[in-house]
Design a protein around this ligand. Structure first.
Ligand SMILES: Nc1nc2c(ncn2[C@@H]2O[C@H](COP(=O)(O)OP(=O)(O)OP(=O)(O)O)[C@@H](O)[C@H]2O)c(=O)[nH]1
Ligand SMILES: [Mg+2]
Length: 314
């Protein structure tokens, strides 16, 4: 039986296998994803981002537990930003999520950021789709919020949660350009530490500078202590409220339009580039072009135009 069929039958090992194939970029995974696509679109996708060490994984673990209490099945995709030198975060996430290891209703998968050459938002979307097709009610995507890639990744979600910690007023200024816009909810985690109220106040002030149209969603700022599971129920309630608002206001249509456009663009870009560049490299034309560029006898602009004309014209 094909992997897709087994996955739809509830075979967890087949799902794990397909996710590995996606990670390794095996061409066979495309056929399986084609089969699964019509079975997706049911899961509630939550993106969790924020600076390193803010407590995202600890919080994701508690959110997972809260949804499990409601009887919901939960998938977690943790994007691991670790450098190849330490390899620490994967292990960290595994340990933090350990208590769910025996739970059939929880499926956790780490994706490495290295060696992906920009394909990470695509493979994250693919893995989220597999979890969706498996029947996960909630899929949580955790990523460190630093670069554009990570911002793209959380844009896959319906609801994006930005995790901050006390005493990062200056940092908020620095990162606000990217992060304030993407957050549907903000939490100041580690609220057991000094300065949580101040950070929450500053965040609120910054958010108030936005103008909200009537009926628009105003991102709330909450406080949590992920380690001691304080404030998590309320957070989950707010996330569900945002999800309901998306559906009831009709905003979901706009969001899906954007999500689908971006996924389609990503897929097309990646496949086109791989096809065209791969062909040029295999045929030996690439080294010709590079030599020509070195001696200035060939300019790259006409080389690209020529290849496009050869490969893409009917
Ligand atoms: N004091 C305090 N510590 C916390 C709290 N939540 C998490 N931590 C601790 O903060 C550290 C980092 O937690 P993680 O959950 O790994 O943070 P993260 O944001 O996932 O980290 P990266 O994925 O590496 O960016 C751990 O030692 C946690 O135990 C909290 O509410 N209060
Ligand atoms: Mg983490």
């Amino acid at each position: 039986m094909a992997l897709a069929e087994r996955i739809l039958d509830g075979d967890i090992r087949a799902a794990a296998r397909l996710m590995r194939n996606i990670d390794d970029n095996l061409p066979s995974s495309r056929g399986e994803l084609q089969e699964l696509y019509s079975h997706t679109g049911r899961a509630f996708l939550i993106g969790v981002t924020g600076p390193p060490g803010a407590g995202k994984s600890t919080l994701v673990d508690q959110i997972t537990a809260a949804y499990r209490k409601q009887g919901k099945r939960v998938g977690v995709v943790a994007i691991d930003p670790t450098s190849p030198f330490t390899g620490g975060a994967i292990l960290g996430d595994r340990i933090r999520m350990n208590r769910h290891a025996e739970d059939e209703g929880v499926f956790i998968r780490s994706l490495a950021t290295r060696g992906h050459m920009g394909g990470l938002s695509r493979s994250t979307a693919d893995v989220a789709n597999v979890m969706d097709a498996m029947g996960m009610d909630v899929v949580i995507i955790e990523t460190v919020g630093v670069g554009q890639d990570e911002v793209d990744i959380v844009r896959l979600a319906h609801t994006t949660l930005v995790v901050m910690v006390p005493g990062m007023g200056d940092d908020i200024q620095a990162i606000k350009a990217g992060i304030l816009e993407i957050g549907d909810l903000f939490v100041v985690n580690k609220a057991d530490r000094d300065g949580a109220d101040k950070t929450a106040r500053e965040l609120n002030l910054m958010l108030e500078m936005n103008r909200y149209a009537p009926g628009a969603w105003r991102p709330p700022v909450l406080r949590t202590e992920a380690q001691r599971n304080v404030g998590v129920e309320e957070l989950v309630g707010k996330m569900d409220e945002h999800h309901r608002w998306l559906l009831e206001s009709g905003e979901i249509n706009q969001l899906l339009q954007e999500k689908n456009t971006s996924l389609f663009q990503t897929l097309l870009k990646e496949r086109l580039f791989a096809e065209v560049y791969g062909g040029v490299a295999r045929s030996g034309k690439l080294s010709e072009i590079l030599e020509g560029m070195l001696s200035r006898e060939q300019d790259p602009y006409s080389a690209v135009e020529q290849i496009l004309a050869e490969r893409l014209s009917p």
